[in-house]
Design a protein. Structure first.
Length: 277
């Protein structure tokens, strides 16, 4: 009898519809709806998506474009700047004046030295004639000669100081930074301008020292410059004679083939060098 009742109860439960089973606890349906809302939704057609950034080449090496020559011109004298021919980015030919100083005091010093020199020469001539007449001794003549030599040296010193009144370009290039303004006072050693040469640029890069066995002067490689978004062919021109013991790298210099007009000093990029096997 017990077995029949159990079978009958099971048949009744199987006959019930699914909706008649025990309902979900309150709030469970709401939680399920929230979970479904967190899933990625399909993108409607016609809407563009941002491209996923590509990973950089692990073998790419950072490079820097540097000028062939660069220097900071400094003042060689204490004075006041009279003229400044150095606009930012302007070209200056070799030997052209960039900064001139007010040298009125130096010019007056030169005139004084020249006058003293002329007087010393006349005195020497008189002493020599007097010695011929036994009216002057050798000591007087010697002192007059010393005065001539002293004034000659004073003239040379004044000329050297006047030569420092104008700072000229040591090579043809461009002004990339100015430190002074017209009529400004400056001391000896004060910076005036920064210059870079107008010649071809060079690439500077540090590579792992383990690459030395595959690199030599003349090795070609490609370099991507970020500012121009272009690829150029370059060749190694110099390899440093010392490895950085801490970073285990070695410095290289290279030059880009040709003379691309759109490249400037300070641009950066990545080089792809042959990797050792």
């Amino acid at each position: 009898m017990t077995i029949r009742l159990t079978l009958l109860a099971g048949l009744v439960l199987m006959a019930l519809p699914l909706g008649a089973q025990t309902p979900a606890p309150p709030g469970q349906a709401l939680t399920l709806s929230k979970d479904l809302s967190r899933l990625p939704q399909p993108i409607p057609p016609g809407i563009a998506t941002a491209a996923r950034p590509t990973a950089p080449d692990p073998n790419a090496i950072r490079v820097l474009l540097s000028p062939g020559l660069e220097t900071t011109l400094v003042a060689q004298m204490v004075g006041r700047i009279a003229t400044l021919n150095a606009a930012l980015g302007s070209f200056v030919a070799k030997g052209k004046p960039i900064v001139t100083f007010d040298c009125s005091e130096g010019q007056a010093r030169m005139q004084m030295a020249q006058a003293e020199h002329a007087a010393a020469k006349e005195t020497l001539a008189v002493k020599i004639n007097l010695r011929k007449l036994d009216a002057a001794g050798d000591l007087e003549v010697s002192m007059a000669e010393s005065a001539v030599n002293r004034t000659t040296a004073a003239i040379a010193l004044a000329q050297a100081q006047l030569g420092q009144c104008s700072v000229t370009a040591p090579f043809s290039g461009h002004i990339v930074k100015t430190y002074v303004k017209p009529y400004q006072g400056i001391n000896i050693g004060g910076p005036l301008v920064d210059m870079i040469s107008d010649g071809p640029l060079k690439l500077r890069l540090n590579v792992p020292s383990k690459m030395l066995r595959t690199l030599k002067v003349g090795t070609s490689f490609e370099v991507d410059i970020e500012e121009t978004s272009k690829t150029y062919t370059a060749k190694i021109t110099a390899i440093n004679a010392r490895v950085d013991a801490v970073a285990q790298t070695i410095e290289l210099e290279a030059r880009i083939d040709g003379k691309p007009a759109n490249l400037l000093a300070g641009m950066t990029g990545f080089a792809r060098l042959p990797m050792p096997r």
